[in-house]
Design a protein around this ligand. Structure first.
Ligand code: ATP
Length: 364
């Protein structure tokens, strides 16, 4: 008899609302397992983060890193607390370290609106926002993290790194995402490279490599735009975008902006993907302002697990995992028609949202 497939998942709840939303996500995955069976996820809880640093003097041990390396996938909550800092004044941000350690060069943030939730934009097309930010994560401006210099307390320097190989692989990733979305959503595949090529030679190079790569994806519409005009365009007509490709720092800013357009960053999932490893965590941070109150929206975390199931399905040729991902996705969509999260002016917090999603999984 064929053995039931098992996948090892390193789970790091982290700080702030991290433990609350990770617990919600694991309840949802347990309900999916009950409904679907056939595939087992073995969770291994690992420690790390700002609170862990306060307690032990280490934010993320070599052993925790090794466990992430060994796992089939990593499910993260959120890490960092504004009051807990390294001696140099910077925050604990293990997620950045992991991106470099595990070469997780592609940051994927799908952002969509839910028509049943109150809209931020007056234009009715605000209900149709459905775009993905693809962000290069091992280079760009944030490559400078920990490498900046301060001369005589008077001039600070940071360096933007853009390499041909880094730009090629992230461009190819963005085109593959667009092709996949075109297949599953029956839409025209479109990638917009966002840069500042008119001012920075590094960004002109990024654009040049993107344009070279675009030549191999003739079925995908490819264009380029500057970061400043894109910020405006995203607010005025976000429905015009499909896949937005950009460097590290610009990507972080644009994805928070786009999350604002759908009403809550609590709805937005995220995946950090490399050729061998991947980490799945919501797009938001640890939100210490709402931690421990039971009001955090767990949807971004739950949809990050959906990205994880899809990634594992592709990697291991297990369509059942992708089927599970669609069940959770449908359950979230249906649940949001029955409840109203607190940040949308409703009364439903973490536990009510989790229950509503589980109810829909059982009904599917
Ligand atoms: P980071 O820099 O680590 O990304 P941040 O300082 O930008 O974090 P977040 O933790 O992302 O801040 O929080 C930004 C705002 O969004 C806060 O007001 C927070 O309460 C809210 N928020 C974040 N996550 C959620 C969530 N899951 N549900 C509801 N509100 C959230």
């Amino acid at each position: 008899m064929k053995k039931e497939p098992r996948f090892s998942i390193a789970v790091l709840p982290g700080d702030g609302i991290g433990p609350e939303i990770v617990a919600s996500c694991l309840e949802v995955l347990a309900a999916l397992h009950e409904r679907l069976g056939g595939i087992t996820l073995d969770y291994r809880h690992i420690e790390g983060g700002a609170a862990h640093y306060q307690k032990t003097g280490t934010a993320f041990s070599a052993d925790s890193l090794e466990q992430c390396r060994q796992a089939d996938a990593v499910l993260f909550g959120a890490i960092g607390l504004p009051d807990v800092r390294y001696p140099d004044g910077t925050e604990i941000s293990t997620q950045f370290d992991l991106r470099f350690e595990l070469d997780l060069y592609a940051g994927l943030r799908p952002i969509r609106s839910y028509p049943c939730l109150p809209r931020v934009l007056v234009d009715p097309r605000g209900a149709q926002i459905d775009l993905v930010i693809v962000r290069e994560q091992t280079e760009g401006l944030l490559y400078s993290r920990g490498r900046g210099t301060l001369e005589a307390d008077s001039i600070a320097h940071e360096t933007m790194k853009i390499s041909r190989e880094g730009s090629r692989r992230i461009s190819e990733f963005a085109f593959r995402v667009a092709e996949r979305r075109a297949r599953s959503k029956r839409r025209v595949a479109h990638v917009t490279c966002v840069d500042k090529a008119n001012v920075l030679s590094s960004m002109a190079f990024f654009r040049r490599v993107f344009t070279e790569v675009a030549g191999a994806y003739t079925a995908v519409r490819a264009d380029c735009a500057y970061i400043d005009s894109t910020a405006m365009h995203l607010v005025k007509a976000p429905w015009d975008f499909d896949v937005v490709l950009t460097e590290n720092a610009f990507g972080g800013i644009l994805s928070d902006l786009a999350a604002g357009l759908v009403g809550s960053i609590g709805l937005v999932p995220s995946a950090d993907i490399g050729d061998r490893h991947a980490v799945f965590q919501p797009a938001h941070g640890s939100a210490p302002d709402i931690a421990g109150k039971g009001v955090a929206n767990p949807v971004g975390q739950i949809l990050s697990a959906v990205l994880m199931l899809d990634w594992l399905a592709d990697r291991h040729g297990e369509p059942r995992l992708a089927h599970g991902a669609r069940i959770i996705e449908r359950a979230v969509e249906r649940a949001l028609t029955t409840i109203r999260p607190i940040e949308f002016g409703g009364k439903d917090g973490t536990s009510a949202i989790t229950k509503a999603i589980i109810t829909q999984i059982r009904k599917d």
